[in-house]
Design a protein around this ligand. Structure first.
Ligand code: NAG
Length: 299
């Protein structure tokens, strides 16, 4: 595939995404539904509407293309396998819980893979009028201006966006997140948690935060944003307990995205240490040892 071919895809899809963003801005009443009884998983009619419009229009133009979408996958109750055909990976509203609460940290995320390789990413936050884009090998852009990560290498100056809400799913994840946080909190400069994966990644890409980590996501949360990070000169690696520090897998996206590999490696080294501590203990409500000390002292 050639670069101009991907540029043509970008030229076709970008206006559709911008139009969807305009549509979001006109929304007055939002009635969230809870998906599959999972309190952390909300959806609105706007998620469905935007995804349907994007898929329909792209299909009309490129009938041979494939799609992996958040709502489309929910309807089928399965996520399609990635094939070598051009595949659009779409999150119509990323950060739906923010959207429902009218927190302007929400966006439309559209990624494209060809031959299973991420080649195009669009993340649009219509509230902030911020459009992040990337084409493989061509750099990353915010509203048409080239962006790069902060380039930071010192952990003690780094701002860390850590998404731990998914810890609600099970005790094992909770223990993992809590102990990693315990290990990192005194070594970094600040902690954030924005509740929007695609924007979290883009904020690393443009240097607003230095590291972003979130485990247990779906391909549509990461397909555009991880490409935007690497095209901005950043580093993306797997953050799951079993594959920590290994190659990022788009179809099972657990990621640590960092301004530089040097900084990312320092985070991974600390997490490897605390992970060992967690997994070597029986899985009750695990409290890291130094945390226990504080509790005991205050009692
Ligand atoms: C931050 O870390 C660097 C080494 O990476 C060290 O030289 C510096 O003194 C540290 N700064 C603070 C305030 O601890």
């Amino acid at each position: 595939m050639s670069c101009s071919e991907i540029q043509n895809y970008m030229n076709f899809v970008l206006p559709l995404v911008l139009d969807s963003g305009k549509e979001l801005l006109t929304v007055e009443e939002i009635n969230p539904e809870i998906k599959g009884g999972n309190i952390w998983d909300v959806v609105t009619i706007y998620d469905r509407k935007i995804e349907q419009i994007l898929i329909e229009k792209i299909k009309e133009e490129y009938p041979e293309h494939k799609f992996i979408g958040e709502e489309e996958s929910a309807d089928k109750n399965t996520i399609s396998q990635l094939t070598s055909l051009p595949t659009w990976i779409i999150d119509p509203i990323d950060g739906t819980a923010n959207f429902v609460k009218r927190m302007p940290l929400t966006c439309i995320s559209v990624g494209l893979t060809i031959n299973k390789e991420q080649v195009l990413g669009i993340v649009y936050n219509p509230y902030a009028k911020e459009l992040f884009t990337a084409i493989r090998g061509q750099g990353a852009y915010l509203n048409g201006k080239k962006i790069t990560t902060s380039g930071l290498t010192e952990m003690n100056k780094s701002i860390f966006n850590y998404e731990i809400s998914l810890g609600v799913k099970n005790l094992q994840l909770r223990n993992l997140y809590m102990s990693r946080l315990q290990g990192l909190i005194t070594k970094v400069s600040g902690i954030r948690s924005y509740g929007c994966a695609a924007l979290g990644l883009c904020y690393v890409a443009c240097g607003r935060v230095d590291v972003y980590q979130c485990d247990g996501l779906y391909p549509w949360d990461a397909a555009a944003g991880t490409l935007i990070v690497t095209e901005a000169g950043g580093f993306v690696t797997d953050s799951s307990a079993v594959r920590l520090g290994k190659e990022f897998d788009l179809m099972q996206p657990n990621f640590l995205a960092a301004s530089t590999k040097q900084l990312g490696d320092q985070y991974i080294a600390i997490e490897k240490m605390v992970d060992q501590e967690v997994t070597s203990k029986p899985q009750a409500n695990f409290i890291p040892s130094n945390c226990k000390l504080i509790t005991e002292k205050t009692q």
